[in-house]
Design a protein around this ligand. Structure first.
Ligand code: HEC
Ligand code: HEC
Ligand code: HEC
Ligand code: HEC
Ligand code: HEC
Ligand code: HEC
Ligand code: HEC
Length: 409
């Protein structure tokens, strides 16, 4: 009898221990949201606060993890060994600008530098620190330098097609002063920057009130209130205090991408970063080229203009950028997914697809629709002159979906 009681007591203690352990942990995870403070990291000129996207992980973990791998997220980063694609290795760390000037790229304890050295001189002409990297490196990168609060673009860039340091596209082949970086440049490459120059052509920015990369809040707006609300109301599964894409018109959805993907634009408003998803883009800026002339649209940076001219767009009422792109995922090279997107419409249409191209060739390419209908086209603007190679330009996927007669490559 006594033995049994002992048994029961022991088991009782074990169960109690296990229950309180789980209860404690449950409580801990229940209260997890209290541990991530909602501290604003920057404030929009409209008064709304940005918070760190790490605060989204708690409720949108998969999206955050996927998004961190995208070109958007990596388009504007602090300079580091990991983010700078150009090489600092001996033998690969120079760029000959002309007969007299050679750039050297140096790694020091204090950071990474561009140093032009003039022939027969021992000390470099200047030593410029690379503070910020613009570009995920898919096609290239450009480097920015802080001088107090003034932001400048440095002369040497990196070009992915040649995997080498280059003189920035458009720069003269002699030493040129660093170019001031204007807010419009940052508007397309990062989430938020505050211009403190007093006018739009100044290059002074608040160095702390800056959100790197094209992050969640670039497309969804500053969301401090959303996070605050859902932390306080964990059982409300209906999104609050957030712009809803699903309630936007087709044009509003397109405009949210066209802000940065419709080529260079002329602004009608003073403030960069004032456009927010849901707004009508033409109230903020208009294209500074003839929209109706396809010749003028470059494949680089103008996906909107080209798509708009395609039959898939004009003859359907739903097609927008997100029909084919999941803005949270890195999808480059994922042809199977893209084929499915084409087929999502073309397999449901009365008219069966009739690609009279060489049937064997089509089969060999496992029906890679875009190879033939959205071919790679050389950019007219993203190109450089290289002494050994002549002109080298980047290939960009055209968004003018159509029938091309050119030989498939
Ligand atoms: C405490 C939980 C919580 C946090 C933290 C949170 N969200 Fe949400 N969010 C929700 C809930 C709940 C929904 C509604 C269900 C859903 O769509 O997943 C939602 C929905 C959304 C939607 C979809 C809106 C729609 O219906 O179109 C967006 C966009 C969004 N959140 C963005 C963010 C961003 C950006 C962050 C981080 C800065 C964030 N959320 C942080 C709980 C949270
Ligand atoms: C704030 C400006 C901005 C907005 C808004 C924006 N993009 Fe981008 N997008 C960029 C920039 C800049 C790049 C190039 C990033 C890089 O490689 O550094 C890019 C790259 C891309 C790429 C190529 C990704 C890759 O793997 O190389 C796709 C696809 C894309 N954007 C689609 C979209 C879609 C769809 C939307 C709307 C939902 C959108 N973008 C909204 C600026 C923007
Ligand atoms: C109107 C929006 C816009 C402006 C302004 C803009 N860019 Fe871009 N930029 C883009 C888009 C969109 C892409 C990529 C998509 C493409 O190639 O079509 C891109 C690509 C790049 C790339 C190549 C990125 C990569 O990884 O392939 C670099 C580098 C770059 N831009 C630097 C700059 C710099 C520096 C400035 C300002 C001095 C600037 N851009 C101004 C929209 C813009
Ligand atoms: C380039 C713009 C862009 C960026 C950056 C972006 N989103 Fe979105 N997001 C969208 C669009 C567009 C939709 C609507 C997609 C649709 O309707 O097909 C969306 C939908 C959502 C939704 C609701 C639908 C779903 O997929 O669950 C959530 C939640 C969300 N985004 C959260 C985030 C979070 C968190 C981040 C940052 C890690 C983020 N987004 C970054 C453009 C963006
Ligand atoms: C009909 C499908 C479709 C639509 C709609 C579409 N895209 Fe794309 N997009 C693609 C495909 C396919 C690629 C090539 C992806 C690859 O190379 O892996 C691509 C590539 C891109 C790239 C990278 C270009 C390059 O070569 O570096 C950008 C940027 C982009 N899309 C932006 C947009 C924007 C912005 C919109 C809306 C205006 C849009 N796309 C609409 C299918 C589409
Ligand atoms: C939202 C639905 C939709 C999607 C997605 C779509 N298309 Fe289309 N596409 C159409 C419609 C509608 C037409 C016009 C058909 C007609 O002329 O009756 C069309 C026409 C075409 C044409 C003929 C163009 C011409 O100039 O004659 C080609 C080629 C084509 N699509 C290829 C594609 C490819 C490749 C993709 C995927 C990258 C794609 N489409 C995605 C709806 C779509
Ligand atoms: C090897 C190149 C090639 C591939 C791959 C290819 N097509 Fe085509 N496609 C063509 C050619 C060439 C035509 C023009 C046919 C003609 O009019 O003579 C065409 C015509 C079309 C048309 C318009 C003509 C019609 O019958 O309506 C559509 C739509 C189309 N293709 C969709 C697709 C889709 C979707 C895929 C992927 C599943 C695809 N194509 C793959 C070469 C190709």
């Amino acid at each position: 009898m006594q033995k049994n009681t002992l048994y029961i007591i022991t088991i009782g203690i074990i169960i109690l221990g296990a229950v309180s352990y789980f209860a404690f942990n449950l409580k801990k995870s229940d209260n997890k949201s209290e541990y991530v403070a909602i501290i604003p990291i920057a404030t929009h000129s409209n008064g709304m606060d940005f918070i760190s996207s790490s605060a989204c992980i708690e409720c949108h973990q998969q999206i955050v993890e996927d998004h961190h791998r995208t070109a958007h997220f990596n388009s504007f980063q602090p300079a580091s060994k990991n983010t700078i694609k150009g090489s600092f290795e001996e033998g690969k760390n120079t760029l000959r600008l002309n007969d007299d000037v050679t750039f050297k790229f140096i790694e020091k304890n204090t950071g990474f530098y561009q140093e032009p050295v003039i022939k027969d001189q021992d000390v470099p002409f200047y030593s410029a620190k690379m503070n910020i990297v613009v570009g995920s490196g898919t096609k290239g990168q450009s480097y920015l330098m802080w001088n107090n609060n003034n932001l400048f673009q440095l002369q040497a860039s990196y070009f992915t097609p040649t995997n080498s340091w280059i003189n920035s596209p458009g720069a003269p082949d002699q030493l040129a002063p660093a170019r001031p970086v204007l807010e419009r440049c940052l508007e397309c490459h990062t989430t938020y920057a505050q211009n403190i120059s007093g006018n739009k052509n100044g290059n002074q920015f608040h160095r702390e009130n800056l959100v790197y990369g094209i992050d969640c809040q670039r497309c969804h707006g500053p969301v401090k209130e959303h996070v605050k609300y859902h932390k306080q109301n964990p059982y409300d599964k209906i999104a609050k205090h957030i712009i809803k894409y699903s309630s936007l018109s087709r044009q509003q959805r397109l405009d949210a991408c066209a802000l940065c993907h419709s080529g260079l634009r002329t602004e009608t408003t003073e403030r960069a970063f004032s456009f927010m998803t849901g707004d009508t883009l033409k109230k903020f800026s208009f294209p500074d080229y003839d929209e109706s002339s396809l010749e003028e649209l470059d494949v680089h940076g103008n996906q909107y203009g080209l798509l708009k001219a395609s039959k898939c767009f004009t003859k359907s009422i739903t097609l927008d950028c997100t029909t084919c792109h999941d803005p949270h995922k890195k999808e480059r090279g994922n042809f199977t997914t893209f084929n499915q997107k084409c087929m999502s419409c073309h397999s449901t249409m009365e008219k069966p697809i009739n690609c009279s191209g060489d049937k064997d060739e089509i089969r060999k390419m496992s029906n890679n629709c875009i190879q033939c209908h959205m071919p790679l086209v050389k950019s007219k603007t993203m190109k450089i002159q290289i002494p050994e190679n002549g002109e080298v330009s980047v290939d960009v996927r055209t968004h003018l979906i159509g029938i091309y007669n050119q030989k498939v490559n």
